[in-house]
Design a protein around this ligand. Structure first.
Ligand SMILES: [Fe+2]
Ligand SMILES: [Fe+2]
Length: 399
């Protein structure tokens, strides 16, 4: 059995990646090609790399329809930098004993592979299957390969790769600037980028410090097994949006990012478990079906993920209802949850416009929309929401 391993940052995956993967599959007579989005790419420190869930989702959209491809979260779920050697060893461990593993790349990696972490071990563990684009690059690649074969006993074979001049940077920059990028990525990936407004908040993400990026990346890995894909993407959207709002309204970025990322961490648990954690927070007013994941999430954040900042725990606890004495952080988490880019309820554009400069005005509309929704469903508003609304009215009158 011949298995290929195609790793990359995939931020985003584009048609060049897809064409290379398809050509490798055909030429290498591979039974399967594993697509491996990197967790924390070691060579990308100092650059903004989208959170892993987004990159995994785009790979899924690009490849998962074909049974010859498998999208793996192995690197994403492994702590620390994503070294290729660790991935090769971990992947081999999971494959049948008779499986032969090939690293799939474009032939341009021949110029870099000696700078990777432990290149000799990589080349001894795994054969390389490399796409070449013809012309002078072909003869250069063959010469370089001959050199590596001699010095490292590397096993290198080539296949013809289609000539597609594309880069993820090009796609990211076009999407960030609002220019057309759709023809450079698979259709479903284009829809994912548009729906979640990926790359629109690049400047906000640039403002996030390296320690906070690392903390968010660790927490993402911790909530990964707890959430389904849709809920994870919602949590990532809320995080990016909350960071954007925190910058505008001078709220601590760590508090906003951590609270938003964890706000729904208890949402996909079995109901009895959510109820149990919610009871442990001692708030009997939030035990209803749709509300208990607030306090339950705060409990998990504190007990399982080591969050001890009461302001963060409070924002998670009350994110479904609002609460008396809402802080700016509470308001940001509440609003980011309701109007993050993939949300499609009525009146969102007005809330999104207002929240850029007036948190209270945006919160007011947000709360009244919830009132309308509850009325339609013939449900009563929660007492916490009523108090939050009354306080907001009072503050608006006193302004
Ligand atoms: Fe929620
Ligand atoms: Fe949510």
């Amino acid at each position: 059995m011949k298995i290929g391993l195609f790793g990359g940052t995939f931020d985003p995956v584009h048609l060049g990646h897809v064409a290379l993967a398809e050509a490798a599959l055909a030429a290498g007579e591979l039974d399967r090609l594993i697509i491996m989005p990197a967790g924390q790419p070691p060579h990308k420190t100092g650059q903004v790399v989208s959170m892993a869930g987004y990159r995994y989702e785009m790979c899924w959209q690009a490849f998962a329809g074909d049974p010859h491809f498998e999208v793996s979260d192995l690197e994403i779920l492994r702590a620390g930098p994503s070294y290729t050697l660790d991935t090769i060893r971990q992947t081999k461990h999971q494959l049948p004993a008779d499986a032969e593993l090939f690293l799939v790349y474009g032939s341009d990696i021949l110029n870099d592979i000696e700078k990777w972490h432990q290149p000799a071990a990589i080349m001894s563990e795994c054969a390389l299957l490399l796409g070449v684009r013809g012309g002078s690059s072909q003869s250069d690649s063959k010469a370089k390969a001959a050199d590596l074969c001699q010095r490292y006993s590397a096993r290198i074979s080539f296949f013809d790769a289609p000539k597609i001049e594309l880069s993820s940077t090009l796609v990211r920059e076009a999407a960030a600037a609002g220019h057309a990028f759709q023809s450079w990525v698979p259709e479903k990936v284009a829809r994912t980028i548009s729906k979640h407004k990926l790359y629109q908040y690049q400047s906000d993400m640039m403002a996030v410090s390296k320690p906070l990026t690392d903390q968010l990346s660790l927490l993402e890995r911790q909530i990964w097994p707890l959430l389904d894909r849709k809920r994870l993407l919602h949590s990532l959207n809320a995080t990016v949006y909350a960071l954007h709002l925190a910058r505008i309204h001078a709220v601590d970025l760590t508090q906003a990012g951590v609270a938003a990322l964890l706000h729904d961490c208890a949402k996909c648990l079995p109901r009895h478990e959510t109820q149990m954690y919610a009871r442990l927070m001692g708030d009997d007013a939030l035990l209803d079906r749709e509300l208990a994941h607030g306090p339950a999430g705060a409990w998990l954040a504190r007990e399982r993920f080591g969050v001890d900042d009461p302001a963060i725990l409070r924002a998670i606890h009350y994110h479904t209802t609002g609460s008396p004495g809402m802080t700016s952080l509470d308001k940001i988490i509440f609003i980011a949850d309701k109007v993050e880019p993939a949300r499609t309820y009525d009146n969102l554009d007005e809330i999104r416009r207002l929240v850029e400069f007036d948190l209270d005005a945006a919160l007011k509309i947000c709360l009244s929309e919830i009132d309308l929704f509850l009325k339609r469903e013939k449900l009563k508003p929660h007492p916490y929401t009523g108090i939050a609304q009354a306080e907001l009215e009072q503050r608006t009158r006193n302004k």
